[in-house]
Design a protein around this ligand. Structure first.
Ligand SMILES: Nc1ncnc2c1ncn2[C@@H]1O[C@H](COP(=O)(O)OP(=O)(O)OP(=O)(O)O)[C@@H](O)[C@H]1O
Length: 261
């Protein structure tokens, strides 16, 4: 077998697989996700787009096993989540970093301790923490700010701390739920450069966003959800969503659409 044949046969591992996944919340008859089937491969950078209420956060929560699907199977990092006992969920989550729009830092802890805390809770040694935290703070561009409290930082710097905390344990997957939602365009661009760098290091990144400019500029895989359905899944796409916010569609509108189709 030649070297090129070996290259051709190399299979990229699947990090996340949804098979016909439906999520219905109690008290809400409309599915947040409706028979969604997809695969996300190691090293991909994926934008999840769609109108408010289309199911983006539900997708991310299902990946983390914060929610259970009402039907269908979810595999993350080779594990079938349906058979993962609740005892094993904290270990499973060590492989997944998460970043939110509102940063969610511990307000009384400084930058170093915010990042160190996530390693302390999983039992890492003091020596490991003393090395790993400065390394990751350097990576995210926060050298010299270790002693600051969150309120002494700009929004962009707070998000860098949150990203440092999410990646310090070198997760295979990074989930980001509107990470630039509270930031101005130039600060957002800096955060995206950082997320690209993390992705280039091999981490699979999945980012829910309403930021059309970022999606258009990066031209990465785009999965568009509409009322819990996959409307579009493009290898290299832009934002270009035509979706109407769910709240803006009245019952009459829905029945009219049904009649037209
Ligand atoms: N805990 C819950 N209980 C009941 N319904 C919920 C719950 N969480 C979400 N939903 C509903 O599920 C649907 C999808 O919500 P989801 O938060 O996943 O959308 P989203 O695309 O992330 O929206 P946004 O862009 O506003 O964050 C919506 O109709 C929402 O009202």
């Amino acid at each position: 077998m030649t070297g090129s044949t070996v290259m051709a046969l190399r299979v990229i591992p699947v990090m996340i697989r949804f098979d016909e996944v439906t999520k219905v919340y109690s008290g809400n008859p409309r599915p947040a996700l409706n028979a969604v089937t997809l695969e996300i491969l190691k090293g991909e950078f994926v934008f999840l787009v769609g109108a408010s209420g289309s199911g983006k956060s539900s997708f991310l929560r299902l990946v983390l096993k914060e929610e259970k699907p009402s039907a269908g199977q979810i595999h993350v990092l080779g594990q079938r989540l349906g058979t993962l006992s609740s005892r094993k969920v904290p270990y499973f989550r060590r492989n997944i970093g998460v970043v939110f729009q509102d940063f969610r830092l511990l307000p009384q802890k400084n930058v170093f301790d915010n990042v160190a805390f996530s390693l302390q809770v999983i039992g890492k040694s003091k020596g490991f923490i003393q090395e790993a935290v400065p390394d990751v703070l350097k990576m995210v561009g926060l050298v010299g700010k270790q002693q600051r409290l969150p309120h002494e930082l700009s929004g962009g710097e707070q998000q860098r701390v949150a990203i440092a905390r999410a990646i310090v344990n070198k997760p295979a997957v990074l989930l980001a739920d509107e990470p630039t939602g509270n930031l101005d365009p130039s600060t957002s661009a800096g955060i995206m450069t950082l997320l690209e760098r993390i992705n280039a290091g091999g981490t699979t990144v999945i980012m829910a966003t309403h930021d059309a400019g970022i999606v258009d500029q990066m031209q990465r895989r785009v999965i568009e959800l509409s009322a819990g359905n996959i409307l579009r899944d493009e290898r290299r796409g832009g934002y270009q969503t035509q979706a109407v916010p769910i709240q803006a569609i009245g019952v009459e509108d829905l029945s009219l659409r049904g009649a037209d189709e």
